[in-house]
Every structure is written in structure tokens, then in C-alpha cells.
Design a binder for this molecule. Structure first.
Ligand SMILES: Nc1ncnc2c1ncn2[C@@H]1O[C@H](COP(=O)(O)OP(=O)(O)O)[C@@H](O)[C@H]1O
Ligand SMILES: [Mg+2]
Length: 239
């Protein structure tokens, strides 16, 4: 299977070479575990090699996303200006781009996303987050259909996709509804592991990756002002 570089130092070692090309991977974790940073580094890795990319953000507005990422040395704005990157979306309350245009009909929203990816010839796509994307729809069945439909549409395009998924605080689930992990080809989980009163450390594990032999262990991860880094040989530091 062809691989693409994840853009996160150490991650490709855990994956035995990189993310599976043209597949959709769920990046799951509690709030603040680094999903957006991971996803942004994945996009940035492509941009550095002049690969077009689409970043769909429902979590924060475009401006805030760009601002936050500039703190860790990622300059999305210049790539957007150069026409290499398209950032779409905004906080869910004002996702007019999709809702007005499509009246939140599942197939319309999916074709809208497909169109953007085709137009830009994106090689890397991020949907941040699946939770807010599915909230455009009502009821469990429609939400499941919306995600399955999107992933199946993405399969026909020449792009590798990361879908972030926030999970409930204090739960050990790897997705919100329980169907997200079935729909995708792989799941990477980001963790915060408590080790002392009020203290925690970051870690990562590959939960599943179809067609790939990957590490089965939880490994240490750090976020600094230079971005996210994984220590592929290191069990969490405080174990
Ligand atoms: N410059 C930095 N130095 C250290 N940690 C940072 C820095 N920037 C962000 N972080 C950490 O990353 C977290 C946010 O990561 P983010 O990717 O937004 O999480 P998620 O998308 O999973 O909610 C912050 O809560 C903070 O702990
Ligand atoms: Mg986020």
C-alpha cells in the first residue's frame, strides 16, 4: 500500500511508513488532545511539497484557526493566497457556506465538498470535526448516512483524508456515536493520561489501520511551540 507522510515527527514510524494513501483516517481524542494541530501538520506537510489541500473547519473560524496555527509555526495564510490551500467552514452556527447553499441535504453537502476537492485537486483533506459535520443533520440514521456517504465519496477522489473526532470527557470511547470508527479505514487516538494529582501527559496510539501492520502500543507525544512530536520508542514518560 502506498503511504503518505503524516507531517508529525515520529508518527510514520508508528505506522510503519506513513498514513495509507487515498484512505480516510479518524483522529480521535478528548478536547485539547491535539487533533487540530495534528491535522494542520498533516496539511502543512503536503503544502511544503506544493500539494493542494482543503481544510474544512467547523470547530473554529478561518481567522482563529490561522492565528492559532501561526503560534506553532504553521503559515496557512500564505498558502491560501498562493491558491494551494482552501480553508472552508467556520463555527457551526454560521456554516452558511454549506447550509444555505444546500439546505443541509446530505447528498448536496457531500457533492459540495466533493466539488471543492475536485476543483482544487486536493491531495490532502481535513474535516475538523466529524462531530460538527454530523450535527448538520438530524437523528442517528441521517448522521450515520452523512458520514458513510462522505467517506465513500472521498474514496473515489485522489486524496488522503483526516477526520477529527471529539470523544466524551471521561469516556474511553474512540468515537462519539460509535459508528464513526466503522466507516473509516483507520483510527489514531490521542490521549491525555493522568499520572499524578492534577497532572497528565500526552500520548498516541494506532487503534486500527486496515491493510497496515502498525505498532500496538501507546506512545509518548508532546506539543510545544514547534508543534507536535511523537516518541515512537517511548512508552508514556510517567509509566
Ligand atoms: N505553543 C504551544 N506550546 C505547548 N502546547 C501547545 C501550544 N499550542 C497548543 N498547545 C496545546 O495544544 C492544545 C490544543 O490542541 P488542539 O489541536 O487544538 O486540540 P483539539 O483539537 O484536540 O481540541 C492546547 O490545549 C495546548 O495544550
Ligand atoms: Mg480542535
Amino acid at each position: 500500500m502506498e503511504r503518505v507522510k503524516s507531517g508529525v515527527e515520529g508518527m510514520d514510524t508508528l505506522l510503519g511508513g506513513g498514513l495509507p494513501k487515498y484512505r480516510s483516517i479518524l483522529l480521535s481524542g478528548h478536547c485539547g488532545t491535539g487533533k487540530t494541530i495534528f491535522a494542520a501538520q498533516f496539511i502543512n506537510e503536503g503544502l511544503r511539497n506544493k500539494e493542494p489541500a482543503v481544510y474544512i473547519t467547523f470547530e473554529q473560524g478561518r481567522k482563529k484557526l490561522i492565528e492559532d496555527l501561526s503560534e506553532i509555526g504553521i503559515g496557512f495564510e500564505k498558502h491560501e493566497k498562493a491558491g494551494l490551500l482552501k480553508i472552508i467552514g467556520g463555527p457551526i452556527g454560521q456554516v452558511n457556506y454549506f447550509k444555505d447553499k444546500t439546505r443541509a441535504d446530505v447528498s448536496n453537502i457531500i457533492s459540495e465538498i466533493k466539488e471543492v476537492i475536485e476543483e482544487t485537486r486536493a491531495k490532502r483533506v481535513v474535516l475538523d470535526s466529524v462531530n460538527l459535520y454530523t450535527m448538520l443533520f438530524e437523528g442517528y440514521i441521517d448522521r450515520r448516512k452523512a458520514l458513510a456517504g462522505l467517506v465513500s465519496a472521498l474514496e473515489k477522489l485522489d486524496c488522503t483524508t483526516l477526520l477529527t473526532c471529539e470523544v466524551r470527557e471521561n469516556s474511553r470511547d474512540i468515537s462519539w456515536y460509535g459508528f464513526e470508527d466503522f466507516v473509516v479505514d483507520g483510527v489514531i487516538a490521542l490521549h491525555r493520561i493522568p499520572f499524578d494529582e492534577g497532572m497528565y501527559e500526552r500520548a498516541v496510539s494506532v487503534v486500527k489501520m486496515r491493510g497496515i501492520e502498525h505498532a500496538q502500543t501507546v506512545r509518548a507525544l508532546r506539543i510545544k511551540d514547534t508543534g507536535m512530536k511523537i516518541y515512537p520508542e517511548q512508552i508514556p514518560f510517567h509509566r
